[in-house]
Design a protein around this ligand. Structure first.
Ligand code: ATP
Length: 403
């Protein structure tokens, strides 16, 4: 197995780190990439206001997840849990024990590469791992790399050194970014989920009122709470909900905000869902207690209301977006249907649902509700009572899916 080792302070991880990691995975053909934030970097002081280790690890996890390489990229707390200076040679020795038969590749930008001979135990580093260096700016050309490569190869015979070129250079450092963030700028250098994490935890002097976020910030916070593979669906639901709101005369802003937040608690554990429901006084029946899929709509609504200050309309739309219910408002119907048929969904019958959504919203809702009921029956799972009530309510009004 080929394992990339990407160390740094990642304080915070930015688009430059992400571009380097993404390119290294494909250029080196890595089977695994470990992103390892340093506890105490040997080369530099951690600046005042550096977030606690758990925050830096969480941001590194967001960076790993952003690479959308499940099973390949992961963040490691190896250095954060070790006391003393975070020497790369110690880390590589530990990794060598853990992966005795695998090929290790240490990834680093120009600044690190040019000083590598001055690091603690460079001979150990170059014995245990190959080095993959990449430029950080336009100035970092082969002329910059070549003398150092030759010097290292001469001083440490057998050293494996390769240089890769990043197609999308992002000329920024975490130091510059921290300054920008403290001045209310710089989010363009951050992956949205990392920016959202910073906003939600008030890191780097960013003081956002979570109850008054505008749309890009609200998106970033929502994306910071979920796995990145879900973001496409969330984005699709937001856009579909806005289109449907326009078509059916509902509040577009509420539709957008409900779409953005509807799945924000999707990845919480059963215990976390129950704790939120207890905290905010949401009663749960037996079925809901056992089914996280049913709980995420209720807890998502709670977070929308209590953390992000969303109004009742948005709360209710999120609350009912999984089960539906009798007497739904237009906005509630819209979120339910948008979630079902947004452009990334594909299942037998989705085209008909898409057509109905724009010609007859109630029929689309009934089709969604009955598709769910059928699916539950096929899988021998119980159907939630609110879903059955939604079906009865629509049928009583003469709504039908036939024709
Ligand atoms: P700081 O400004 O706090 O020193 P930094 O931006 O240099 O931080 P580090 O976490 O120290 O980030 O860097 C980790 C690794 O990523 C290093 O090998 C560094 O060279 C590389 N790196 C940092 N920024 C970029 C960038 N913009 N493009 C490519 N590689 C980068």
């Amino acid at each position: 197995m080929k394992i990339g080792v990407f160390g740094g302070t990642f304080n915070p991880p930015h688009q430059g780190h992400l571009a380097a990691a993404r390119t290294a995975i494909s250029a080196l053909g890595l089977d695994k990439l470990l992103i390892i934030p340093a506890a105490i970097p040997p080369h530099k002081e951690l600046p005042e206001g550096t977030p606690a280790p758990e925050h830096r690890l969480a941001m590194a996890e967001k960076m790993a997840d952003a690479l959308l390489a499940p099973g390949v990229a992961e963040a490691s707390g190896l250095e954060l849990t070790r006391t003393g200076k975070s020497y790369t040679s110690d880390t590589l020795e530990r990794l060598r024990e853990q992966y005795p038969d695998d090929e290790l590749w240490l990834l680093m930008g120009t600044d690190m590469f040019l000083t590598l001979h001055l690091w603690h135990k460079p001979e150990t580093i170059l014995k245990l791992a190959g080095v993959c260096a990449f430029g950080r700016s336009e100035q970092d050309t082969e002329e910059v790399f070549a003398p150092q490569r030759e010097h290292l190869q001469k001083t440490f015979p057998g050293a494996k050194i390769t240089t890769i070129t990043l197609p999308g250079l992002v000329d920024v450092s975490s130091t510059q970014l921290r300054e920008l963030l403290a001045g209310g700028e710089g989010e363009e250098y951050l992956y949205p989920a990392v920016y959202g994490y910073i906003l939600m935890h008030g890191l780097y002097g960013v003081r956002a009122d979570l109850k008054r976020l505008d749309i890009p910030e609200l998106r970033a916070c929502s994306y910071s709470m979920v796995m990145q593979k879900r973001v496409r669906h969330i984005r699709g639901t937001e856009e579909e909900a806005v289109r449907l709101a326009r078509r059916w005369g509902a509040n577009e802003n509420y539709a957008r905000r409900a779409g953005i937040l509807h799945d924000c608690t999707k990845y919480l554990s059963g215990g976390e869902h129950i704790a939120i429901c207890e905290k905010y006084g949401v009663p749960l029946d037996e079925l809901e207690r056992k089914a996280a899929k049913l709980l995420h709509s209720k807890t998502g609504a709670c977070i929308a209301r209590h953390v992000f200050g969303e109004p009742d309309e948005v709360y209710e739309a999120i609350f009912w977006h999984t089960t539906a219910k009798a007497d739904m408002t237009t906005l509630e119907k819209i979120l339910y249907v948008a979630d079902y048929m947004e452009p990334n969904r594909s299942f037998d019958g989705v085209e008909r649902l898409r057509e109905l959504a724009y010609s007859d919203l109630d029929r689309a809702l009934l089709l969604g509700v009955e598709t769910t009921i059928q699916e539950m029956k096929d899988r021998s799972l119980p159907v939630h009572k609110s879903t059955l009530r939604a079906q009865a309510w629509l049928r009583e009004q003469g709504v039908t899916t036939e024709g």
